[in-house]
Design a protein around this ligand. Structure first.
Ligand code: NDP
Length: 308
């Protein structure tokens, strides 16, 4: 029987593991078949405090993992296949293996949506990104494109004007989905240009991204746009399939916090991008992992009678 099972091994999950293991709890981190979360797809992380020279995403996650291991965290490198939160003792299934625990922290993160067109994978971290806050800095003095018409796309377009000389927003419809205030700010900005009814068909370049092949879905015309960076801002999907119907989520599937970091199920906590679609940063995810771990520890202290 574990005191704490943590599902997920990005900054949120591993920070929760560090805190719970260091508080002398028996901790299992079920890190997934491809551990480390979204940072494993990132080359340079320059905005995580404590790394003045920057660090690569994979190197950073390796350090997080080592730190949690130092205090006794155990790992299972497979995906959770089912959960049973119906009793005081929670069950977490990995295929035929059943793990029992007094508390659970859900930190399964979210995945950026991608277009799935040629060149997208190849140029990731070589000009193609899904996070302007993370990577915008690398495009100082360059021309970039943003794909999407929602609030994220507007926010990222505005953010990128700090660095880029020109930001072209590629919108597949003739209108934006973003809130009026965000639309107005972006439309009025002198560095931002909009191309409507425009879809990206291919990312092109040799070593790095150099241009986009565009298709106008109204006129059926094809064209090319020279850019050094492209930010895909078409939304995220929280990794919550296995929790559907087991606890409260919002209408797109993000896990809701009810009391501090506890979900609608007592003894089950949540942290990071699986709950948060606003900040989506390693440092905020780690902060939430710390919250969940402290809440889990205090909850267990107050409710240890349930398990005697
Ligand atoms: P949204 O789902 O709101 O918007 C996604 C956008 O991407 C839409 O314009 C959509 O187009 C477009 N899109 C989706 N798929 C494709 C595709 N395959 N090709 C081209 N375009 C595509 O996601 P966001 O990430 O923008 O926002 C998520 C939530 O977070 C929203 O509720 C938003 O309001 C909120 N948010 C709020 C902020 C704020 O208040 N400051 C900042 C950021 C986010 P279409 O319209 O055609 O479907």
């Amino acid at each position: 029987m574990y005191d704490s099972i943590i599902i997920g091994s990005g900054p949120a999950g591993l920070t929760a593991a560090i805190y719970n293991a260091r508080a002398d709890m028996k901790v299992l981190c079920i890190e997934g078949a491809t551990p480390g979360g979204q940072l494993m797809l990132t080359t340079e992380v320059e905005n995580y405090p404590g790394f003045p020279e920057g660090i690569t995403g994979p190197d950073m996650m390796q350090l997080f993992r080592k730190q949690a291991e130092r205090f006794g965290t155990e790992y299972v490198t497979k995906n959770v296949t089912a959960v049973d939160f119906s009793g005081d003792i929670k069950k977490v299934m990995v295929g035929d293996d059943i793990y029992e625990t007094k508390t659970v922290t859900i930190a399964t993160g979210s995945n950026a949506k991608w277009l799935g067109v040629p060149g997208e994978k190849e140029f990731q971290s070589k000009g193609v990104s899904a996070c302007a806050t993370c990577d915008g800095f690398f495009f100082r003095g360059k021309e970039v494109a943003i794909i999407g018409g929602g609030d994220t796309a507007m926010e990222e377009a505005l953010f990128l004007t700090k660095f880029a000389t020109k930001v072209t927003v590629l919108v597949r419809k003739e209108e934006l989905k973003a809130s009026k205030i965000m639309q107005d700010r972006a439309i009025e900005h002198e560095k931002i240009e909009f191309l409507w009814n425009t879809e990206v068909k291919e990312y092109m370049g040799t070593e790095k991204l150099e241009k986009l092949k565009l298709w106008n879905n109204k006129t059926n015309e094809e064209s090319e746009l020279e850019v050094q960076g492209t930010f895909v801002a078409i939304g995220h999907t929280p990794a919550t399939e296995i929790f559907k119907g087991k606890l409260e989520m919002d209408d797109v599937g993000y896990v809701l916090r009810k009391e501090n970091s506890m979900t609608s199920i007592t003894g089950v906590f949540t942290a990071g991008d699986v709950h948060d679609h606003r900040y989506m940063q390693a440092v905020t995810a780690a902060g939430m992992g710390c919250q969940a771990a402290i809440d889990a520890e205090r909850w267990l202290e107050e409710n240890h009678g349930k398990f005697e």
